[in-house]
Design a protein around this ligand. Structure first.
Ligand code: NAD
Length: 467
């Protein structure tokens, strides 16, 4: 079945409108509200992952040639951890939070109540095609919503698997998968949702915002950008190279939080390059294309874009550069002498190409970062806590991690999301629950102290000001 047939089949199986109406009716019935229902659905999601691990790994291998370890770690384990964490904590999260009171509200019950939003839409991207649908779904279920899931059509095997498994494990009244590409998604967006959670590119995010504006729908945008890695001062260069190579070439650089470029001094660059070469060889051997631990570029189109970038760059390739189109293979590639105006510095690379730019001081590095859009993640490698703290204090980014890459997003206690052009809103753990909840301000007042209330009724008396 080709891509178009699959999309057509999924959409035609049940019209989009009917699907949304079915979910809306379920939401109105309040069946998603009881804690027991939410827990049961979250547990079912956990079973979906456990029962179908082999099929999931197979689909991810078909889509991106994902090595088993990378797929298990970043798609299954990460999401399962979030699920367990959410199941354990949900009861405390749904409790009302009582707020401080003043003299005028002393006898009232004043609290914030988390309420579900309604029917939400979750649109995922292809690079972590399972994680980017299931992780937001955890928050949506935990908060008591119904959800329409729209996986990426580009990672077709995972899209198909999700459309088969979700109805088997979750309530069909409350959750549905709608397949398709840009055209089907645009149609879908004409419907009114109570929240749209979008993961993908900044370009498409603008049209998502426009579609959401029609219905005044709140939106979470999980976008990308160029994540810098500033390496400065004393450190174990061998260990730094290993962590950098792992974070950059995990999923062949197709991670929104992959280090996009390195900033360091000339001396550091010259010491780093042989260590990067050594790390690559120790990870993937001498024949990287043969390594089962190195994936592939998702499609020919994406391969062409990366090769075009590489071809147009004025930088000098010092590691890698090889590619095989039929295999969608691009070797881990490192470039030096890349200028600020180079083509590689104009857009998110999102592939296995790593430019190293030089700065003389940490202040210059900070200035370089601050002159650009706020990144989704910012990495600083240094043994000196003063360097780490200075970069942390003088920059802004969605997330921050010192002396490693990517790993900060695996902890469900930390919010995951961007700032500025790298996105708005966040999720994972409690943050996902909050994103899909309305925080309703409640004041329960009785009829006591009417004598004090009189002080605020007209005719107003100057003497009653500040009652
Ligand atoms: P993509 O092509 O899979 O698109 C994302 C989703 O948008 C898909 O479901 C697709 O069907 C839909 N879509 C595409 N065109 C559309 C249109 N015109 N109107 C409505 N919907 C449309 O993925 P992508 O956009 O190539 O994703 C890569 C980008 O996503 C990178 O910038 C990456 O950094 C970012 N990303 C961010 C995160 C994060 O969590 N912040 C995670 C993964 C990827």
């Amino acid at each position: 079945m080709n891509l178009h047939q699959l999309s057509t089949r999924c959409v035609e199986m049940e019209g989009q409108k009917q699907v949304i109406e079915r979910l809306r009716a379920a939401f109105r019935s309040k069946m998603t509200v009881p804690l027991h229902f939410r827990r049961t659905q979250l547990e079912a999601l956990l079973s979906l992952l456990e029962d179908n691990e082999e099929q999931i790994l197979e689909a991810l291998h078909k889509d991106l040639a994902k090595p088993k370890f990378e797929a298990a770690l970043s798609e299954i384990d990460m999401v399962s951890n979030d699920l367990r964490y959410t199941i354990c904590n949900l009861e405390s999260w749904v409790q009302p939070s009582y707020v401080g009171k003043n003299l005028a509200t002393k006898l009232d019950d004043c609290f914030v109540r988390r309420e579900p939003l309604g029917v939400v839409l979750i649109i995922g991207a292809w690079n972590y095609p399972l994680q980017l649908i299931i992780a937001p779904l955890i928050g949506a279920i935990a908060a008591g919503n119904c959800a329409v899931l729209k996986p990426s059509e580009i990672s077709q095997a995972t899209e198909r698997l999700l459309s088969e498994l979700i109805p088997k494990y979750l309530s069909q009244e409350c959750f549905a998968v709608i397949c398709g590409g840009a055209e089907e998604t645009k149609l879908l967006l004409q419907n009114r949702f109570d929240h749209i959670f979008y993961t993908g590119s900044q370009v498409v995010a603008r049209s998502i915002l426009q579609a959401a504006a029609v219905h005044l729908t709140p939106v979470t945008l999980e976008l990308g950008g160029k994540c810098p890695c500033l390496i400065y001062g004393r450190l174990d260069i061998k260990a730094a190279a290993k962590r950098l190579v792992w974070a950059k070439f995990f999923n062949v650089g197709q991670s929104c939080v992959a280090p996009d470029y390195v900033l360091c001094t000339v001396e550091m660059r010259d010491a780093l390059i042989p260590m990067i070469r050594e790390a690559l060889e120790s990870f993937y051997g001498q024949q990287i294309q043969e390594s089962p631990d190195y994936g592939r570029i998702v499609t020919d189109r994406h391969w062409n874009r990366l090769m075009e970038l590489l071809g147009k760059s004025q930088g000098k390739v010092v590691i890698g550069g090889e590619s095989v189109k039929e295999d969608k293979y691009i070797a881990p590639t490192v470039l030096v002498d890349v200028t600020e105006s180079d083509v590689l510095m104009q857009e998110e690379i999102f592939g296995p190409i790593l430019p190293i730019l030089t700065v003389e001081t940490v202040e210059q590095g900070i200035r370089f970062i601050n002159e650009r859009e706020k990144p989704l993640a910012l990495y600083v490698f240094s043994d000196q806590s003063q360097v780490v703290n200075t970069v942390l204090e003088q920059t802004s980014s969605g997330g921050f991690c010192s002396n490693d890459g990517i790993v900060h997003m695996t902890l469900p206690g930390l919010p995951f999301g961007g700032v500025g052009a790298s996105g708005m809103g966040s999720y994972h753990g409690r943050w996902g629950f909050e994103t899909f909840s309305h925080r309703r301000a409640c004041m329960l007042r009785g009829w006591g102290l009417e004598r004090i209330s009189v002080l605020r009724y007209p005719p107003y008396q100057e003497s009653n000001l500040g009652w």
